[in-house]
Design a binder for this molecule. Sequence first.
Ligand SMILES: CC(C)(COP(=O)(O)OP(=O)(O)OC[C@H]1O[C@@H](n2cnc3c(N)ncnc32)[C@H](O)[C@@H]1OP(=O)(O)O)[C@@H](O)C(=O)NCCC(=O)NCCS
Length: 173
Amino acid sequence: MHQQDIDAIKDVHLKAFGPDEGPDIAALASALLARQDTILISAKRAGKIVGNVLFTPFIFQDQPEIQCHLLAPCGVMPDHQGQGVGKELMETSIDHLRTIGTQAVFVLGVPTFYPRYGYAPTDKQTPYPDLLTLPNSWMALELQRGTLAKLTGKTLAVAPIMPAVFWDTSVFD
Ligand SMILES: CC(C)(COP(=O)(O)OP(=O)(O)OC[C@H]1O[C@@H](n2cnc3c(N)ncnc32)[C@H](O)[C@@H]1OP(=O)(O)O)[C@@H](O)C(=O)NCCC(=O)NCCS
């Protein structure tokens, strides 16, 4: 990937998440973009990247053969929010993940946005179950029927997103 695109994606997350969260999320995006196993979906307007979502492998330790992805982060430039960019990112990414054989997708996020695209609160574990103080914000989308029923036990995200700070919803309480 071109450095220009990496910089544009970092800038999207920096601005989308604002001055408090933005720098940490942009750094996370940067670390995820350096990995071979990260899937990136971007939306452009007038030739410029204005929205981006990243997906990384998410492992259930009891069923490591089941292909799951974690959605994080997802951001749209503030001046392009509310114009269908987020919807485009969700629809494009779901089509792509289905095509490559992803069986289920997980996201810790806004419980009013993701359910529009089929995500629903799940009782599966985050890597830090004790830090999930807002259970409705942990959601799953089943892409292959029957997958969620098979998933049990402890989970692992890729290293850059394992710090507990990314899983503590008490800051949003
Ligand atoms: C959340 C975000 C990705 C949505 O992108 P967007 O381009 O503004 O969304 P869209 O314009 O495509 O809107 C799609 C639908 O979701 C709704 N929506 C948009 N943002 C929403 C939000 N934060 N909460 C709930 N619903 C939201 C819209 O009203 C729209 O509904 P409609 O189709 O019924 O009109 C974007 O606002 C953003 O980057 N926010 C800041 C960062 C963030 O919160 N990321 C997600 C954290 S997990």
